[in-house]
Design a protein around this ligand. Structure first.
Ligand code: CS2
Length: 479
């Protein structure tokens, strides 16, 4: 089976290969966290810049926890395909933008060299919610707890993402080169502000010089950004199916929905990114709130409800009349009313488009995948909206049920993929539903605390979910 590589990529005409010369591409972007999401989203923007004839936007993708993804990418000269799928349609594009894939611990010297280079314009991040680790930084609080001090001990030894990012920025400062933009592409409100807080706090803890700190604050830009595209984890079946249709094997294949959006706070990089479709706005917060509360909130809701109902893919859940109806009401009556929407978007219309996108069955987006890391996702996806709804005196019927569904998911699974999973599971397994809710949601590692006034309502749902099938419980809310 011929694997995609530098020798054969240009012969795969039907997969839209790059026409530019790969040799001419210079590295202009360091991307930390070489996830499927980066390959399916930001890398495509850089690919479009290269295809427009500007060869300064090659990417070095950095893996952090293991070299696996970099190894696969290197086995095919960092070339890979994004296959946009909807219904029976395939729309592939071979991407050449990622010119290097490296594992941080093995490639630090090379990365520091790139950090010092004149052509570097951007550092982008998809390191997942948990990598920002400092809940106090997420809450805008000064870092001081013992837990954070322990993190900092780690960060000094370059084991964590903030320490690695700081390492690169120190190298750039020492080289005398101008500042760059650091753009977080993780689903966190104020992701740029959080990144800045984490890096500045760490620099202070490491006793960096006043000159460096001034430079960091004035020359490094951290625009907030909102990213949107569903890019599920790839399966061997999708790789095989793609091979049958296109005649080459791509072990780094990406399946993505056609929808693609990147909204960034005004920044000089708009010169390059705006012409290829990124949107620049003065304030990203209302777009982030809409995306995280109305889309990701519904996605997580579907994930836990599908898990409790034994449904493998969220696309199956959203078209089910009971589950889909519940999601619609949650979006329209609660999530979409919990914040001030952007002037150019109507939450009800937006929510309708989201449900349509999520029903794209060809993506095979697993409920179990979206259910992972709930403790890192739900604070911004549902806890914050629940508290806001309470303040606004609006209905919390659906959102409290969603939080209860997450608790039930934690309770019944032996092991969950979540950094706080084991601790939360211990707390949730209490026969007294109110005690269970109160202990679990008060756990100190959670970045946002649900208002205790909502505990009785959440506990009432949990008590029902303990004895009745989830669809039956949802039906009690039928409007
Ligand atoms: C999903 C997101 O896995 C998840 O938690 O909710 O990755 C979602 O697909 C994207 O944010 C869509 O832009």
């Amino acid at each position: 089976m011929a694997q995609l590589n530098r020798e054969n990529y240009s012969s795969h005409r039907s997969a839209n290969p790059p026409q530019y010369n790969l040799e001419q591409v210079k590295i202009g972007v360091i991307h930390m966290g070489l996830s499927a999401f980066h390959r399916g989203h930001q890398a495509l923007f850089f690919e479009k810049i290269l295809r427009s004839g500007n060869f300064n936007f090659g990417v070095v993708g950095v893996t952090q926890r293991s070299s696996d993804v970099a190894d696969v990418m290197n086995s095919q000269d960092c070339l890979y395909t994004i296959n946009e799928r909807e219904g029976a349609g395939f729309a592939p594009i071979i991407v050449g933008a990622i010119r290097k894939a490296v594992f941080f611990p093995q490639a630090r010297a090379e990365l520091l060299e790139i950090a010092r280079s004149e052509n570097l314009k951007l550092i982008t991040l998809t390191v997942s919610e948990k990598a920002y680790q400092c809940n106090s930084a997420r809450n805008g609080v000064n870092l001081s707890s013992a837990e954070v001090q322990a993190d900092i001990a780690d960060t000094n030894s370059l084991l964590t993402f903030p320490a690695r990012l700081l390492d690169l920025l120190v190298a750039r400062f020492e080289s005398g080169m101008p500042g760059v933009a650091v753009i977080s592409c993780d689903n966190l409100p104020t992701n740029g502000d959080i990144t800045r807080a984490v890096v500045v706090d760490l620099a202070i803890k490491q006793n960096r010089s006043a000159e460096f700190l001034n430079w960091l604050k004035s020359e490094i830009r951290f625009p907030n950004s909102m990213v949107d595209r569903a890019v599920p984890a790839i399966t061997q079946d999708s790789i095989d199916e793609f091979y049958q249709s296109y005649g080459y094997e791509d072990r780094s294949l990406i399946t993505a929905e056609p929808y693609l959006e990147w909204v960034i706070e005004n920044d000089p990089v708009s010169e390059y990114l705006a012409p290829v479709g990124a949107r620049f706005v003065e304030k990203v917060a209302p777009y982030e709130a809409m995306k995280i509360r109305v889309f990701n909130g519904a996605h997580s809701a579907l994930a836990y409800i599908c898990q409790l109902a034994g449904i493998e893919y969220v696309a199956e859940g959203v078209v089910d009349s009971v589950i889909g109806g519940f999601i619609k009401n949650f979006q329209e009556k609660e999530a979409g009313r919990s914040f001030v929407a952007p002037a150019d978007l109507n939450p009800i219309e937006y929510a309708k488009i989201i449900r349509k996108r999520v029903s794209n069955y060809a993506l095979l987006h697993k409920s179990l995948q979206i259910a992972m890391d709930g403790s890192q996702k739900l604070p911004q996806r549902t806890f914050a909206s629940a508290n806001d709804l309470l303040k606004l005196d609006l209905s919390t019927d659906h959102i409290t049920l969603i939080i209860a569904a997450w608790l039930r998911f934690l309770e019944i699974n032996e092991k969950v993929n979540d950094p706080l999973g084991a601790s939360l599971q211990n707390l949730v397994r209490n026969p007294d539903a109110l005690q269970s809710v109160s202990d679990t949601l008060s756990f100190e590692g959670l970045a946002t605390k649900v208002d205790p006034k909502l505990f009785p309502q959440i506990a009432a749902w949990l008590a029902q979910l303990r004895v009745k099938p989830v669809r039956e419980v949802l039906q009690t809310l039928k409007s």
